[in-house]
Structures are given as C-alpha cells and as structure tokens.
Design a protein around this ligand. Structure first.
Ligand code: MD6
Ligand code: FE
Length: 209
C-alpha cells in the first residue's frame, strides 16, 4: 500500500503549533475513510455520552484503537472497551496511521482515535484535550462532510479566533498549541455531498497512554 505523501507547508493559523492543511485529503481518500467509519460503527456503534455532570453531548461518538475516549458520570478517560457493547474498539485503519506518520512529526503511533459525528445542530464546547498521559505527542484531526466553524484560543489567556474546517482538512494541535482551547461553534448544514444524509465526521488521533 502506498504511503501517504509529504504534505505541503501548513497555512498560517496565528497559533504556534496549530498546523492546518486545507483539503489535504483527496475525495477518494475521504471516501475510503468514510467507508472505514461505516465499518467501525457497525462493530462499535455511535452512542451519545454524557458529561461528568450528566449532560448528554450533542455529538455522538465511537473510537478506534486499543484505547477509546469516553465520558460518563465517573469522568473523562480512555478505556479499552465500548461502554455499551463491552467489546474492544476496532483497530485503527492503516490509512489513518499513514496520515499520522506524514503529518504528526512524532515517533510514537496513536493508540486511540475518537470518532465524532455531528448532525446539523451538534456543537462542541471550548475544551482542552488533556486526558492523555504525555502532551509531547500532538492530537491530529481529520474533518469529513459538512464544514464547521472551529474556535481556538491559546492554552492560557488570550482571545479566541475561528477558522472554517471543511471536508478533507487535516489539522494538528501540537507543541505550544497542544493544550489550546478549542471547540465547534456550529455546523454549516448542506456544505458537502460526501455524506449522503449530511452531517460532519471528525476523527482525532491521540497517543493516550
Ligand atoms: C472537531 N476537534 O473538530 C473537534 N481536538 O470536531 C477537537 O476537539 C480537536 O480538532 C484536538 C485536536 C484537534 C481537534
Ligand atoms: Fe479536542
């Protein structure tokens, strides 16, 4: 299988360590990844987690990898089993590992990939990804389907900005931006034909453990 090609220079984001490659993935690659997601959610169905405070997420989730990110009344954590089926998460597809090797600039491979599905009304509040053991590894994100307004701000103080993430875009939060605050303000309904029934898929690969 062909390796994933070296990416061009990322576009400026104004945040050191937040790397963005608009439309890095070809339509063919996007379709392949959507097929992988369909297979994954047959084995490990999308479900709606609740926050530790008991509020349901508007986003539905599943995972690939030896570990998966979950949230329930006991908190946020990584665990090897789907919380509803009690089965292991399916293994990370090779194409996703190839994309990590080409863009993450880190010696370890991810051991977790969160699958987020957004319908037109779903949102994700401003948060930091800090449930991983070692913040020297970046978090890599792939967007598929409808575009979204991504909000981001420095880890400490500082104003937030927004950027549109569209189907095939790849971004990395690493280095000084590893603990950047970020979230999804809204989904731009009807902006992509990739998913026949609309919505947005976001995949985030992490070194959890
Ligand atoms: C999303 N993304 O794009 C939400 N986290 O739907 C994230 O929460 C995220 O894009 C860590 C690194 C990159 C991200
Ligand atoms: Fe995040």
């Amino acid at each position: 299988m062909a390796d994933f090609p070296s990416p061009p220079a990322p576009v400026p984001t104004g945040l050191d360590g937040f790397l963005l490659w608009p439309e890095l993935l070809t339509l063919e690659q996007q379709k392949q990844i959507v097929d992988h997601v369909r297979q994954a959610v047959r084995l490990a169905p999308l479900y709606r987690p609740v926050t530790p405070g008991g509020r349901p997420f508007s986003v539905r989730m599943s995972n690939w990898g030896p570990l998966g990110w979950v949230s329930d009344k006991n908190g946020y954590r990584y665990q090897p089993l789907h919380p509803q089926t009690n089965q292991p998460w399916p293994p990370l597809p090779a194409l996703l590992l190839d994309i990590w090797r080409a863009t993450a600039n880190h010696p370890r491979l991810p051991d977790a990939c969160l699958i987020n599905f957004y319908d037109a009304e779903a949102r994700m509040g401003l948060h930091q990804d800090k449930d991983e053991a070692d913040f020297s590894a970046p978090v890599l994100s792939i967007s598929l389907g409808d575009s979204a307004i991504f909000r981001y701000a420095p880890a400490g103080d500082g104003p937030s900005r927004t950027v549109k993430l569209s189907s095939g875009d790849v971004c990395v939060l690493g280095g000084k931006a590893r603990l950047a605050r970020h979230g999804i303000d809204r989904i731009l309904d009807g902006t992509s034909q990739l998913l026949p029934r609309g919505g947005r898929i976001n995949l985030t690969m992490r070194v959890a453990q």
